[in-house]
Design a binder for this molecule. Structure first.
Ligand code: 1CP
Length: 341
């Protein structure tokens, strides 16, 4: 598997590529299958999860499939009243803001994600042997931000206020979310995924000092609890250029990098020794063939420089998820270019 080779310091048979949010609205076959079903309904239907996960692999020839799910799926499975609203994202019916809210927050039990583990079983039978299946979970901070704010946020003001003004309550909430994340990732690992990615998408809202104090211990516990499976761990967040070293120190095999930091600079920031993943700006997929090729050549050269200087390997990806208005053909073209350049 080229992705596992690049993540573990072996020479891959080709440069591995996959795209965050590669399944989803950029694909006509996804829009069709989702037309009459809610997002969460789809996430708890093992056959649909399997089919939607396979779609981008069939169409684009990516080197990995990422399980079709969402970071709030384990919370929903545990009994939290939430929905994924089209055009918005996760919306929490009763946001978690007081000590009694935190005490009442349920922790995930393994049996509650049976649909996800069944889907993994089906996928392992269908995927070509060279294609890695990536499981994932949201990191405690990013999950906490949705639970506290009640939905997407730009400022995270309630989250950061609880974090600083009620640190004991904050650590209790983060500990509970870490337990759920560990259970969700371990269920996926035991079902047979080939790699796991921890999404701390919104950690970039924090200073390095706050990240170290309020977030790192919990993410470190998650990473430690999923380290014994012989499966590479990937750690990713958006706008985390200043946190790359701290996010690597919590324990990871591959660090995800967005488009703001060149890959060779990122590899130096983390002190080498881990794989690097990234970092095409998703909007480049809208700028036409010539720009796409030029940007991919630059990223490949920076990735090669990072590896020559001591990074374990380069996994090509976007710096964040595929935007829904992206033409599917641009994604296919990007994969072709990456495999041939
Ligand atoms: O390729 C794939 O199949 C990807 C599957 C996937 C993943 C990895 C989905 C499906 N969600 C996620 C993770 C996820 N969900 C993250 C981490 C990755 C990232 O940073 O993009 C986050 C932050 C969420 C939360 C979320 N869910 C948002 C963002 C809201 C915000 O705060 O801005 C949104 C829009 C969703 C809904 C969602 N999740 C996935 C899809 C396809 C959708 C769109 C829903 C729909 O089609 O109705």
């Amino acid at each position: 598997m080229p992705l596992v080779a690049a993540a573990t310091g072996k020479v891959p048979s080709r440069r591995p590529v996959w795209f965050m949010r590669q399944a989803g609205r950029s694909l006509p076959e996804y829009r069709e299958i989702r037309a009459d079903r809610g997002m969460l309904e789809a996430c708890f239907d093992a056959e649909l999860v399997c089919e939607i996960t396979m779609q981008p692999v069939r169409r684009h020839d990516t080197d990995a499939a990422i399980l079709f799910s969402d970071i709030v799926v384990p919370l929903r499975a545990a009994g939290v009243d939430l929905d994924i609203v089209a055009g918005t994202g996760p919306v929490i019916a009763d946001p978690v803001r007081t000590a009694s809210d935190v005490a009442a927050l349920p922790r995930l039990e393994r049996e509650q994600v049976g649909a996800v583990t069944s889907a993994i079983g089906m996928l392992l039978e269908q995927l070509p042997p060279s294609v890695a299946l990536i499981g994932f979970a949201g990191a405690p901070f990013t999950l906490a931000s949705y639970l506290i704010e009640g939905g997407p946020s730009r400022t995270y003001e309630r989250t950061k206020t609880i974090m600083r003004a009620q640190p004991e309550l904050w650590h209790q909430l983060m500990g509970s979310l870490a337990d759920t994340t560990i259970t969700f990732l371990q269920a996926q690992l035991e079902a047979g995924v080939d790699a796991v990615q921890l999404f701390d998408s919104w950690a970039g809202a924090l200073s390095e000092a706050d990240y170290e104090k309020y977030v790192a211990p919990h993410s470190a516990r998650v990473m430690a609890e999923v380290s014994g499976y012989g499966v590479p761990r990937i750690h990713f967040g958006v706008g985390t250029g200043e946190l790359l070293a701290a996010m690597t120190r919590v324990g990871t095999d591959v660090i995800g990098v967005d488009w703001r930091v060149p890959l060779d600079v990122a590899a130096e920031r983390v002190g080498y020794g881990v794989g690097i993943q990234g970092n095409l700006d998703p909007t480049v997929l809208m700028a036409g063939d010539e720009v796409l090729e030029q940007e991919l050549r630059r990223i490949i050269a920076e990735g090669d420089r990072a590896v020559a200087a001591g990074a374990r390997g380069h996994i090509l990806n976007l710096g964040h998820g595929v935007l829904p208005t992206t033409e599917a053909s641009a994604i296919t073209r990007a994969v072709e270019l990456i495999h041939t350049l």
